[in-house]
Write a protein that binds this ligand. Structure first.
Ligand SMILES: Cc1cc2nc3c(=O)[nH]c(=O)nc-3n(C[C@H](O)[C@H](O)[C@H](O)COP(=O)(O)OP(=O)(O)OC[C@H]3O[C@@H](n4cnc5c(N)ncnc54)[C@H](O)[C@@H]3O)c2cc1C
Ligand SMILES: NC(=O)c1ccc[n+]([C@@H]2O[C@H](COP(=O)([O-])OP(=O)(O)OC[C@H]3O[C@@H](n4cnc5c(N)ncnc54)[C@H](OP(=O)(O)O)[C@@H]3O)[C@@H](O)[C@H]2O)c1
Length: 267
């Protein structure tokens, strides 16, 4: 199901002005930033916010997945500076204290509650498509709902494998560990000239799926019975992965029909 809203401007009455509280650069063009959060702002892990910046006489709006946990006082986002991108060009010198507009509502259907059942939750991300899974993986309900959590992050170069420290320590949080799930972190690079670091994979998610490498690395088969899959990021990856899953008997979740996969296209 596509949840992409139009890139239309909306009245400021539908938005609040928040303040940037911190900015962290993972690479020259890949960053996370945090902002204040209105007391009334609610979201489900996996959803996205609509942020606004004023550029001349215009207010530009774009969608960004929330990476922070629902319990946090601030909101966090993970994004890439797109060369020549209208919105991200405005964020080039983003710093604490800067204002940013936030639409009052959260959006999106790539949430774990879409799945009626299933044992293994596969989260497939390219690039900044990792963002929603950072929030989802900090949700105790997800650790309780599934037996295995498998996060696959595929990037061009190894320095784009963000959030590794946070991810590698999630299983140590008592409120998550109490759920009983096992988290596996699978990382892959596609353009590094050096061989991948020990334990990392090489190649696109689609190639690793068709070749069986992801299942071999996780020690789990992808089946309609056991597997539930979330895909986020590059729309071409999502289209191709949908086809692969379809051939294996997995179907998209529809409003009233339980299925085995949900997606979020970033463009
Ligand atoms: C539901 C939803 C959630 C999103 N969440 C995020 C997020 O959490 N983080 C994030 O960085 N972006 C996210 N995006 C994309 C974001 O809304 C903007 O489109 C993006 O930041 C570029 O905006 P721009 O105006 O600078 O460039 P635009 O002119 O809007 O985009 C130009 C081109 O940049 C490429 N592009 C856009 N976004 C990305 C990306 N994330 N990674 C690689 N290439 C990209 C595409 O080829 C696109 O056509 C999301 C989009 C949608 C629809
Ligand atoms: N996408 C482009 O063609 C392109 C070109 C120039 C600049 N840029 C800009 O560079 C910035 C960084 O982008 P990004 O690297 O974060 O995002 P990205 O281009 O979506 O790449 C992220 C990962 O997704 C993989 N991928 C791309 N297309 C796929 C497909 N059809 N099926 C399966 N996997 C696929 C990439 O593999 P590969 O390395 O094999 O592609 C890469 O490992 C963005 O600002 C983007 O606009 C993009």
């Amino acid at each position: 199901m596509s949840s992409t809203p139009p890139k239309a401007t909306v009245s400021h009455l539908k938005a609040s002005t928040e303040t940037v509280t911190s900015v962290h650069y993972w690479t020259e063009k890949l960053l996370s930033f945090r902002t204040t959060r209105p007391a009334a702002y609610q979201f489900t892990p996996g959803q996205f916010a609509r942020l606004g910046v004023v550029a001349g006489d215009e207010t530009l709006w774009r969608a960004y997945s929330v990476t922070s946990a629902v319990t946090e006082d601030e909101l966090e986002y993970f994004l890439v500076q797109v060369p020549g991108g209208l919105f991200t060009e405005q964020l080039k010198d983003l710093k604490p204290g800067d204002p940013i507009l936030l639409e009052k509502f959260s959006y999106g259907f790539m949430t774990a509650d879409r799945f009626a059942d299933g044992e293994d939750l596969w989260m497939l991300a390219t690039g900044t498509g990792l963002g929603p899974f950072i929030s989802i993986l900090q949700d105790p309900a997800v650790w309780k709902k599934f037996r295995n959590l498998i996060l696959v992050h595929c990037v061009r170069n190894a320095d784009e494998l963000a959030y590794q420290e946070l991810l590698s320590k999630l299983h140590l949080r008592p409120e998550l560990a109490a759920g009983g799930a096992r988290l596996q972190l699978l990382r892959s690079t596609t353009r590094d000239t050096q061989p991948p670091a020990a334990g990392n994979l090489q190649g696109r998610i689609t190639t690793l799926l068709t070749g069986g490498d992801l299942e071999a690395a996780a020690g789990l088969a992808i089946t309609a019975e056991a597997s539930r899959v979330m895909m986020c990021g590059n729309p071409e990856m999502i289209t191709a992965t949908r086809d692969i899953l379809y051939q294996r008997g997995l179907r998209p979740c529809r409003r009233a029909v339980p299925g085995q996969f949900v997606t979020e296209d970033y463009w």
